[in-house]
Design a protein around this ligand. Structure first.
Ligand SMILES: [Zn+2]
Length: 314
């Protein structure tokens, strides 16, 4: 564990050779062609288990990453049963404009690039919600571990994200926490996103992105609550061995992902029965309420009229 930063040098990224700098390849990957690249200054902590690169004002956070990384890694090994036998690089970015250039998505504060064993965190916005550094780091490490061990078959985006949130206290890399109401509204309107549409990527627009995160977490949580945590791990282990998701589900819980998805949606709808009933009968309820108010008003009018009449009689 390094206690003091080893300053490899303060660099201007744009001066680097494309072949030598990993980060540049990332930039090329994420930046649209022709967009000018901002320059940021970076220092490095070359730890024994990971490399942390950071903008100079983030030195303390970089030290925190070095300190907490071994504990998270060890906990994940116990939970998932999988090693993390590679040395990731964690980039800590303070410049949110630069971060946004990398992601082209203003709704997230971190991402993992598993093909490069890379985690990038926008530290400028960590304070906006109780986005604790350890939770975010853990979440992104889970993405790296899953992709490291599941290589021979496609890991659906919803499973990747669902497991990462499930194991990291529900934290995703969204700037705002997923809103339960998005999923409830989708259930009410019958507009939840089928998981087959979240196989390769998530939607770009904010509401559907939030919904995709919420659904992924909810579905994996449903499997763990209904069939047990072990079944989620079993599915992952079967995929690690090269079984496609259909086979992994069938062998682990004797049902296809689609059958489990239908059960999950049915259960979620049952939990929201009253809301669904209210949403489906909103006009009748308003009409009834209006009619009741009219009757109450008429009765009050009659009572007042009788009181006036009685006073007149006195
Ligand atoms: Zn994630």
């Amino acid at each position: 564990m390094l206690k003091k930063p080893h300053k490899v040098g303060t660099h201007t990224l744009i001066k680097y050779s494309l072949k030598k700098i990993l980060f540049i390849s990332l930039v090329i990957l994420f930046l649209p062609v022709g967009q000018p690249l901002l320059a940021i200054q970076l220092e490095s902590y070359p730890g024994s288990e990971l490399m942390v690169r950071f903008e100079p004002p983030l030195k303390d956070i970089a030290q925190d990453v070095i300190d907490i990384y071994p504990r998270i890694k060890s906990n994940l090994k116990k939970t998932l049963g999988w090693e993390m036998p590679f040395k990731p690089t964690v980039f800590l970015i303070q410049d949110k404009v630069y971060f946004k250039q990398l992601t082209q998505n203003k709704f997230i504060v971190a991402f993992a690039a598993p093909d490069k064993n890379l985690i990038v965190i926008d530290c400028s916005r960590l304070y906006i919600r109780p986005h604790r550094l350890d939770h975010i780091l853990k979440h992104e490490m889970i993405h790296l571990i899953l992709h490291y061990h599941i290589k021979s078959v496609h890991l659906p985006r919803w499973l990747d994200e669902g497991v990462a949130q499930w194991l990291s206290e529900g934290v995703g890399e969204l700037l705002e926490a997923p809103q339960r109401s998005f999923f409830e509204e989708a259930l009410l309107s019958g507009k939840s996103i089928p998981l087959r549409n979240l196989k390769y990527s998530f939607p770009d627009d904010k509401n559907n992105l939030m919904l995709a995160y919420e659904e992924s977490r909810s579905f994996v949580t449903f499997i763990s609550e209904r069939y047990g945590d072990k079944k989620v791990f079993e599915i992952l282990q079967r995929m690690q061995k090269g079984n496609k998701i259909q086979t992994a589900f069938s062998a682990s819980i004797n049902a296809s992902p689609e059958e489990i998805e239908n059960k999950w949606i049915r259960q979620q709808r049952r939990q929201n029965t009253w809301l669904i009933f209210l949403a489906g009968h909103v006009y009748e309820i308003l009409f009834l309420a209006g009619a009741l108010l009219t009757v109450i008003g008429f009765i009050r009018f009659l009572i007042k009229k009788r009181n006036y009449t009685d006073e007149d009689d006195d």
